[in-house]
Ligand binder design. Structure first.
Ligand code: PMV
Length: 333
């Protein structure tokens, strides 16, 4: 086998309209509830995996810089899963480039592990069909299961009593959505987050008195969201997404010690969105494991909403629309 064996894949972040927050199995990365997202067409991650048979360990670069600590550890653990399934042992060079600030709650782990799953499975000669790839990406970072697919995507938690719980938890496209949704990303702050989503979820599940109610609410939101998407009801999509996101943050803010991702600057953007709505613009907000705010609106309104938010918040805005699933870079194996 030659050292030139490898593959390059590109994947985009997804932003959940109904959030994943809480695992029932940390090792297999099995969520407590289903979630639903939109894959965006902005901030792609490009990852190359090149086999390196003579190396004794994997080497990882992120944006051209050799990574140390937790990042290469997670990537090696993920590559071990792929190597195990492929019956291969070679180490690899992994070069990943993000166009989104890493660790700022802009879903770089979703695009990152989706691109890694696709590139690594091809580099190790293990082509997988999309649902299998989605399950594999899930093991790297839960939300990555959804970035394998484009557009609206639902991630099934899988029944806890399924004969093989790993098999039952994967994402798939929502094929009956009739809403043209855009997301205006307001870049409130782009530094790394204070608490990893992994630790924050663990803490929420273990200590938040609201966690049980959150789960019940999010299960209801999932059903309502599917109906709103199929019915082409943008106002319902926006309202459910906003209340789901606020519920998730409230739940983690009640953990011990509390997890607070939203800052004063995030709350100012939330106020602006409410004001815009009262003034007649259809706009709703969602926030993930970081202070940045994504504003949901109709595709036709996106440029105008982005302009208004830039004026109101004095922060950069980026318009995201429905984007593609993970793809191999042409020319790569
Ligand atoms: O995939 P993780 O472990 O980075 O978790 C991400 C969780 C949220 O982004 C906050 C919600 C979601 O469903 O994407």
């Amino acid at each position: 086998m030659s050292t030139s064996e490898g593959a390059i894949a590109v994947a985009h972040p997804n932003i959940a309209l109904v959030k994943y927050w809480g695992k029932r199995d940390e090792h297999l990365v099995l969520p407590c509830a289903d979630s639903l997202s939109l894959t965006l067409d902005v901030f792609p991650t490009t990852t190359e995996v090149r086999l390196h048979p003579h190396a004794t360990r994997d080497y990882v670069t992120v944006d051209g810089v050799l990574a140390r600590g937790e990042t290469p550890r997670r990537i090696t653990a993920f590559l071990d899963l792929v190597r195990d399934r492929a019956g291969r042992t070679e180490r690899a060079l992994v070069a990943t480039r993000n166009t989104v600030p890493t660790g700022a709650g802009l879903a770089s782990s979703a695009s990152g592990f989706a691109a890694l799953a696709l590139a690594a499975s091809h580099a190790y000669d293990l082509p997988l069909e999309p649902a299998v790839l989605s399950r594999l990406a899930r093991r790297g970072s839960g939300s990555a299961a959804r970035s394998i697919f484009g557009g609206f995507v639902v991630w099934h938690a899988g029944a806890p009593d399924a004969p093989d719980p790993d098999l039952a938890s994967y994402a798939e496209p929502v094929t009956d959505a009739r809403v043209d949704l855009a997301m205006v990303v307001v870049l409130v702050e782009t530094g790394p987050k204070p608490v990893s989503s992994r630790e924050a979820m663990r803490r929420t599940v273990a200590t938040s008195p609201r966690f049980h109610d959150w789960l019940a609410a999010t299960r209801g939101d999932l059903q309502a969201m599917r109906a709103a998407l199929a019915g082409g009801d943008l106002a319902a999509v926006g309202a459910i997404a906003e209340s789901n996101a606020l519920g998730m943050h409230k739940t983690m803010e009640n953990a011990v010690p509390p997890v607070r991702y939203l800052t004063d600057a995030s709350r100012l953007v939330l106020d602006s969105v409410r004001r815009m709505r009262h003034a007649g613009t259809q706009a709703w907000a969602t926030m993930d494991a970081g202070p940045n705010v994504k504003v949901l609106c109709a595709g036709d309104d996106a440029e105008h909403v982005a302009y208004e938010l830039r004026e109101l918040s004095d922060r950069p805005t980026v318009v995201g629309r429905s984007g593609p699933g993970a793809t191999l870079r042409t020319g790569a194996r």
